[in-house]
Ligand binder design. Structure first.
Ligand code: HEM
Length: 129
C-alpha cells in the first residue's frame, strides 16, 4: 500500500479517535456520570491531555495536507478551530481539582454543544465544494 495513503488514514484515525474520546467523554460526564468529583476530574485530566494532543497534531496534519481547499474552507475551519479551542479549554478547566463541582457541570454542558457544532462543521468541511 502507498505510504502516503497509510499516513493519511493514520492521521484521520488519530484525529477521529481523539474526537470521539474527548467529545464522548464530555457527553458521558455531563449526561450520565452526574456531579464530577475531584477523583473523577483527576482521571479526566489524562483523557483531555492525550485526546487534545491527538486532535491538534493530527488536525494540523489534515489541514496542511488538504488538497485544493474550496473557497470558504479556511473561514469555516477558523470557526471550527475557535469552537474546538473552547471544548479543549473548558475540558481542561473542568479537570482541575480547584474547579467547584457545580461549575464543572456548567462547563461540560457548554463543551458538549460546542463539540457537536465542531463535528457538524467538520462534516461540512469534508464535503464542501
Ligand atoms: C473538539 C475538537 C475537535 C473535534 C471533535 C473534531 C472532529 C473532527 C471530525 C469528526 C472530523 C472528520 C470529519 C469527516 O471526515 O467527515 C474532523 C476533520 C478535520 N479536523 Fe477536526 N476536530 C476537532 C479539532 C480539530 C483541530 C484543533 C484541528 C486543527 C488544528 C482540526 C482539523 C481538522 C481537519 C483539517 C479536518 C479535515 C476536514 C476535511 O475533510 O477537509 N480539528 N475533525
Amino acid at each position: 500500500m502507498d505510504l502516503a495513503i497509510v499516513v493519511k488514514v493514520l492521521a484521520r484515525f488519530v484525529h477521529v479517535a481523539s474526537a470521539v474520546t474527548l467529545l464522548g467523554g464530555v457527553i458521558a460526564l455531563k449526561c450520565v456520570a452526574g456531579p464530577v468529583t475531584d477523583s473523577m476530574a483527576r482521571r479526566w485530566r489524562g483523557v483531555v491531555l492525550w485526546s487534545g494532543t491527538g486532535l491538534v497534531l493530527a488536525g494540523l496534519w489534515n489541514l496542511m495536507t488538504k488538497e485544493n481547499p474550496p473557497p470558504g474552507y479556511h473561514m469555516w475551519f477558523g470557526i471550527k478551530f475557535l469552537l474546538a479551542m473552547h471544548v479543549l479549554a473548558v475540558s481542561a478547566i473542568a479537570a482541575k481539582e480547584s474547579t467547584p463541582v457545580e461549575k464543572r457541570g456548567r462547563l461540560l454542558g457548554g463543551a458538549m454543544w460546542s463539540g457537536l457544532a465542531v463535528v457538524l462543521i467538520s462534516a461540512w468541511l469534508r464535503w464542501m465544494r
